[in-house]
Write a protein that binds this ligand. Structure first.
Ligand SMILES: [Zn+2]
Length: 144
């Protein structure tokens, strides 16, 4: 698929060199094209800024992965265009639309364990669910 920057990537293309995370994981196997986020006829964030958010998020997620003994982290959901977000019942202002939110789980750690691990230091959103953990980089602390 074609990224807003003009780069062509595939399902298994790493988000940046040496990342453990791929564009397929961001875009639901390259089915979600990165597009401008427009809410109430206003441009909230451009596609190119979303792409940059995704790269920053991947760097942060690789750091979390390293701090969790380098065990694989599974991505359930990452980027969601507004239409997809609405379809899955996401909040109107969901960070998934900005590319800087991930829903993750692990075969090695319970979501509650990762939540506890991140809770003290993570400057962003953390939402604990029975089968996964939502992590976002909204720029201020939020917990649920
Ligand atoms: Zn989420």
């Amino acid at each position: 698929m074609l990224l807003p920057s003009g780069k062509v990537v595939y399902v298994s293309t790493p988000i940046y060199a040496n990342s453990h995370f791929s564009w397929g994981e961001v875009t639901c196997n390259c089915t979600r094209h990165i597009e401008n986020l427009i809410l109430n006829k206003k441009l909230v964030i451009s596609a190119i800024a979303i792409e940059k958010n995704i790269v920053k998020t991947a760097i942060a997620l690789d750091e979390i992965r390293a701090n969790l003994s380098n065990r694989p982290i599974k991505v359930n959901s990452w980027y969601r265009p507004a239409l997809v977000n609405r379809a899955v019942g996401g909040k109107e202002d969901s960070r998934h639309q900005f590319g800087d939110a991930v829903d993750i789980c692990s075969d090695y750690y319970l979501p509650s364990k990762i939540y506890t691990f991140l809770s003290m230091t993570h400057n962003g959103g953390l939402g604990l669910y029975p089968s996964f953990l939502h992590v976002d980089w909204r720029g201020y602390k939020a917990r649920w």
